[in-house]
Write a protein that binds this ligand. Structure first.
Ligand SMILES: CC(C)(COP(=O)(O)OP(=O)(O)OC[C@H]1O[C@@H](n2cnc3c(N)ncnc32)[C@H](O)[C@@H]1OP(=O)(O)O)[C@@H](O)C(=O)NCCC(=O)NCCS
Length: 378
């Protein structure tokens, strides 16, 4: 190894890869905070719109600032007709995450400020991305299910507007609050894989749409945001609480990864999972899906006992979303709707104090100087 490289563990485990003022995690104590505000405080008191402002601006909004952000989000939610046409023409059976990734990328073609790198223009694009990602997911779902696109109701909160646009029904207060808390819990998580991908792209001084497209591609994978869809598929296959222990044991015996468990950073309970466990039970009891919560508990106890692994954010969000009536293949796109707040905050922070992100690899290949072999001698 040359003197200019340092060996790291596989997957950059434990490596400090940059500085940020946005999100703090203590994986041993189970602490997560956004801009110094503990996640439990935010889940109890904040709205998702306040969290968006907090992540972007570093402080809580005053009332007039919150009103202005809501006004901006409402004013920005419409998507270009060309992008709506793309959503309507996506092939049947397309993966919603693939549609979302391509649609977000396509938005840039119709944004007159796409190439403007002034901080004010980038902030305006962050607002548009925040508002339009929600519209992309709900519009795509309405079109693919041959239902009319719902006319937005600007009197509703971000959370209620999303659920209304998706289902055509205004949510009750409990569903709205549960979804709002879920959005808050998923909003940011330091240098997770998708945020890191966004920052790497932004650090080349590429535009914010390109950075966010990178992030969506990373979020899609089953080791990251895709896990919530795998969790619900597993629970629905299991079918009843009595079979959950056996299924978990079988998976562990064949060394399969159980979706929704384990984490690169947390060595104790993920504080987001604590809230989602409660939401999963409350909503499950109200909507007739409590068996999903009961199965989840049995799986959790089994995995904890056998492997000392805790559930992560994806485990109880799966049954929570299911009880909210959200289609399974939209679970990961919904993660993107929320994480857009964190991704954009990180991209804006990266632009503010940029340096190209370009690490080194520890070279394990042939030594330099291999003799050339003529084609006929290989
Ligand atoms: C999140 C995750 C990718 C972290 O990966 P990582 O930090 O590289 O951890 P590793 O894969 O090296 O796992 C460490 C050990 O825990 C075990 N482990 C980790 N997650 C596990 C899971 N979900 N089910 C069963 N065993 C698991 C590994 O098998 C390994 O055990 P071993 O040391 O006996 O071989 C991983 O835990 C995982 O794949 N989880 C399931 C997918 C998921 O829920 N992703 C969402 C993350 S928020």
């Amino acid at each position: 190894m040359s003197s200019t490289t340092t060996s790291t563990g596989a997957g950059l485990e434990g490596v400090i890869a940059g500085e940020s003022e946005i999100c703090f995690i203590d994986g041993y104590e189970g602490i997560l905070s956004y801009r110094g505000y503990n996640i439990h405080t935010l889940a109890e008191h904040a709205t998702f719109e306040e969290v968006i402002f907090l992540l972007w601006q570093g402080r809580l909004p005053r009332q007039s600032e919150l009103d202005e952000l809501k006004r901006e989000l409402h004013a920005s939610q419409a998507i270009p007709a060309e992008v709506a046409a793309f959503l309507g023409n996506a092939p049947a059976g397309a993966l919603p995450m693939d549609v979302l990734r391509t649609a977000v990328s396509t938005l840039s073609l119709y944004d007159a400020e796409a190439r403007d790198m002034a901080p004010e223009a980038n902030h305006r694009k962050a607002v548009r991305l925040m508002a339009q990602t929600s519209t992309l997911v709900t519009t795509y779902h309405r079109l693919r299910t041959k239902q009319p696109v719902v006319t937005p109701d600007d009197s509703l909160s971000f959370a209620a507007r999303f659920l209304y646009a998706l289902t055509g029904q205004k949510p009750n207060e409990i569903s709205e609050k549960a979804f709002d808390v879920a959005l808050i819990l998923h909003a940011d998580h330091e240098l997770n894989a998708s945020t890191f991908a966004a920052r790497v792209t932004a650090a080349t001084l590429s535009d914010i749409y390109s950075a966010i497209t990178s992030a969506i591609g990373a979020l899609k994978g089953p080791l990251h945001g895709g896990a919530n869809e795998d969790v619900i598929k597993m629970l629905l296959e299991v079918g009843e609480p009595d079979k959950a222990v056996e299924r978990a044991q079988q998976m562990l015996a064949r060394k399969a990864k159980i979706p929704g468990f384990g984490h690169r950073v947390y060595r104790t309970e993920d504080p987001r999972a604590s809230h989602l466990r409660v939401l999963s039970e409350e909503l499950g009891r109200r909507t007739g899906h409590v068996e999903l919560f009961l199965m989840s508990r049995r799986v959790e106890e089994t995995v904890k006992e056998a492997k000392k692994l805790n559930p992560n954010v994806d485990f109880y969000s799966a049954s929570t979303y299911y009880s909210l009536g959200i289609p399974i293949d939209l679970f990961t796109p919904i993660f993107a709707v929320s994480r857009m707040s964190g991704w954009t905050a990180h991209v804006l922070e990266q632009y503010h104090n940029n340096r190209l992100i370009r690490p080194r690899a520890e070279y394990k290949g042939n030594a330099d100087g291999m003799p050339w072999i003529a084609m006929g001698d290989r």
